[in-house]
Structures are given as C-alpha cells and as structure tokens.
Design a protein around this ligand. Sequence first.
Ligand code: PMP
Length: 356
Amino acid sequence: MVRIRKALDGLPSYKPGRPAAPAAGAEQAFKISSNENPYPPLPGVLEAVTATAASLNRYPDMFATGLVSALADRFGVPPEHVATGTGSVGVLQQVVQATAAEGDEVIYAWRSFEAYPIVVGISGATAIQVPLAHGARHDLTAMADAITDRTRVVFVCTPNNPTGPAVRHDELAAFVRRVPEDVLVVVDEAYREFVRDPEAADGIALYREHPNVCVLRTFSKAYGLAGLRVGFAIAHDEVADALRKTAVPFGVSGIAQRAAVESLAREAELLERVEALVAERARVYDALAAQGWEIPHTEANFVWLALGGQAVDFARFCEDAGLVVRPFAGDGCRVTIAEPEANDRLIRLAGEWRAR
Ligand code: PMP
C-alpha cells in the first residue's frame, strides 16, 4: 500500500458550493453559496479571452509579467512585490509552503475561511484556531497572545469569511506591532472591494510599513473571474521571492492573465457593479433584520445567519425552493448577495423560515 503522509489523515478535501439545480416548481434556481459575482465578465474581457485562446498550444508567461506590472501600477508597489497564483487560495498554499512545516504553528481565527485548516493541515504544521469574539469579529488580542516561538504565520481574514465583519485598521495596526518580525502576517482581503467602513483595515497600508505583512487579493469576487483562478499577493522581497519559488509552474493560464489585465483596465465599470451589490447588501441586511434575524455586521458580499443546529435544515429548506446557500453544520449559513431576484427569494424564504 502506498504510504500517504500522516498529516493528511482525516483531512477533508475542500467542499465547493453545490451547483444550483432547478427545484420542483421554482422558476430559476440560484447558487448563492460560493460568494461569486452574479454578473458575467464584461464583453471586452470575453473578447480578449477569445483572442488569447488562439495561443493555447503555448505555455503562458510563467511570471505573468503583464499582469504583475499592471497590478504594481494599480497599487503603487514595485513589480517585485507582486506574486500571482492559482486563485488566492493557491497563493495561500504557496505562503504556507514557504513558511511552515511539521513542528511550526499557524494562527488564525475560527470560524473563518474553510481552506485555512486544509492548507495548514497539508503542510503538517499545527493550526492554532482562536475563537471569534462577540459579533463574530476577530479577537486580535487573543490571537497576539497565542503567538509562541513556534509561530510562523498568522492569517487575518478581513472581511471575515463566512461571518462578514472587517477588522478595524487601528486594531490590526496595533496587532502587527505586537507580532515578532520573523512571523508573517497574511492579511486575506478577498472581499476588500466590498468594504465601505472607513475604519476598516487597509492591508496594503500596513504592508508599506511592515516587511512581515503580506496581503492576498483575488480576481474571483469583485472582478468576477472566479472560473479563471487568479489571485495575487503583495509582499516584500523575501516573501514575494519565496512565493515565486513555491508557485506551480505556469499555474495562472494565459487566458486568466489576459482577463485579469483587461478587467483592471475596466475597473471603474466593474466597481459600479460592486456598488450595486453593496446596495443590495444593505437592502438584504435591513430586510432580514426587520424579520428579527441577528446578523453580524458585514463588509463583504455575503451575510451570516447564525442558525446553530438548524443550519443544514435551513439550507435544505432553501434548496427545495431553488436557492442554494452554504450551510456550516451546527453553526450557521452563509448566503451570498447576488442579483436582486436571488436576494428577493432569500428575503422571502428567510421570512417564511422565521414564521414557521
Ligand atoms: N480568501 C477568502 C477569505 C475567500 O473567501 C476565498 C474564496 N472563497 C479565497 C481566499 C480564495 O479565493 P480564490 O482562490 O478564488 O482567489
């Protein structure tokens, strides 16, 4: 029998959101389980993708030079400080591969992004999960207290998936000051473009002041390119170099690189769509609150319903009515803010659930 590393024993594989299958009697089914953008790519992006497809017989630019330079301009950072990967989850895996192994510790809040325990588990390092505090917010004091001389990395997910709150900038700045400089702080900002709270953390501002801060961003959410798998890190030289070493060779396809560059060039239009989603977020939040739901403040494109032991039942109830949400058994359901029709259905079903 082939010997698989012990670290993988009992480790689940990542669970994607289920596809939306039309339910009996429901006109159209909506998948609001993966925090995707409901809008399709812009026509100009699709045209660029089609044109790039003609050179699929060639490997892509391994270091995504065009995309890296566009990102460096966009964020005002040196191109050497930008490293791309197969989605930001791919970059996260590179980060952990570069920094932690058996005997090391990685700290993150829990509950947070489901990929964290998997990525850390694969590395063989020990995950130190620090419970969220009141309001489903990061407890940065407890996270700083959890640092030992074995700590190599801390993930801070802001806004936090799946609960929604963003970390405050002053809190994160104070936290980073407490972290030893040989410990990497990964600020996972997958949902940054949806943030409207002026006091919310700005990971890139902290990266500019601290060589041990690395920011993760993605084209999957606000930019609507989840299917192409392109994410990136902004980090100082030694971290960015390590990310280039741990990258899967040619992991970001030529199509993905081109689509990301073209999306950046059309950012204003894409951010208008984000604005519409932010407005929908407020509408959904207020409607659910009026029904009596207690929802943590959200700065992301989703809301968290703390259903406890009823999470799976609620997800089934929604699915029967053509709405696929994401249950976390025993804890809650995360629902993505999507097109108004999907949001309307969510509001209706959430109301029916409470009225049962
Ligand atoms: N970070 C967080 C907090 C996420 O929620 C996600 C996607 N669900 C990712 C990273 C990864 O996104 P992607 O790999 O598509 O860039």
